[in-house]
Design a protein around this ligand. Structure first.
Ligand code: F6R
Ligand code: ZN
Length: 185
């Protein structure tokens, strides 16, 4: 079975799978497309490792993973994960922060967006039917672990088309949730 390095949250072992997301793949997520074009397309935004002890979609199982989001911004928006709701919407999830600083951005079915601050040791329960995305607001990589049901799945399309109702922006050096459509000063 794999092992966890608790200094970083990283997973080790032959069963571990990995994926990486670059700015080039995700630049349309960001408010400021023009600024995204100023950074190299191969800029790493985040990497994910996970252990799937059973196949995706199996009812009653659990997956374990970890994510590392690099520090940086596109314009005033922090590097962040794509964000998703679970394809099986009634599946919940735990996140816990290992290192770094950031925010868990949550949006329920009422489309109200809220944040929970992430710092080492913070433990976050993502309720069912709740879109979730993480932004790195710090100067070093943000590292967190996650545990979720093996039949939760991912719906990215809803985020790509409708997005969250608010974005986490650097406003005068302070991470601030700014409603989509409101003046951005
Ligand atoms: C699994 C989960 C995390 C994320 C990971 C990357 O349900 O929430 O493992 O998949 O943090 O974020 P996304 O999937 O939004 O690119
Ligand atoms: Zn999830």
């Amino acid at each position: 079975m794999p092992s966890v390095d608790w200094a970083t949250g990283s997973l080790h072992g032959p069963e571990v799978r990995e994926s990486r997301k670059t700015l080039g793949e995700l630049k349309t997520l960001f408010l400021d497309h023009a600024s995204a074009g100023n950074l190299p397309a191969d800029t790493l935004l985040y990497s994910v490792q996970w252990w799937a002890p059973m196949s995706e979609g199996t009812e009653g199982g659990l997956f374990w993973g970890n994510t590392v989001i690099e520090p940086g911004k596109v314009g005033r928006e922090y590097f962040m994960t794509q964000g998703h709701v679970h394809a099986k919407g009634d599946r919940a999830e735990f996140y816990s922060t290992v290192d770094g600083a950031g925010a868990l951005i949550l949006m329920g079915p009422d489309r109200k967006t809220r944040i929970e601050p992430m710092q080492p040791g913070s433990l976050h329960y993502i309720p069912a039917h709740t879109a979730h995305r993480v932004a790195n607001t710090g100067a070093k990589p943000l590292r967190f672990v996650a545990c979720w049901p093996s039949d939760a799945g991912y719906d990215y399309e809803i985020i790509r088309t409708r997005g969250f109702s608010a974005r986490l922006l650097d406003v005068n050096g302070v991470p601030t949730l700014v409603d989509e459509g409101s003046p951005r000063g």
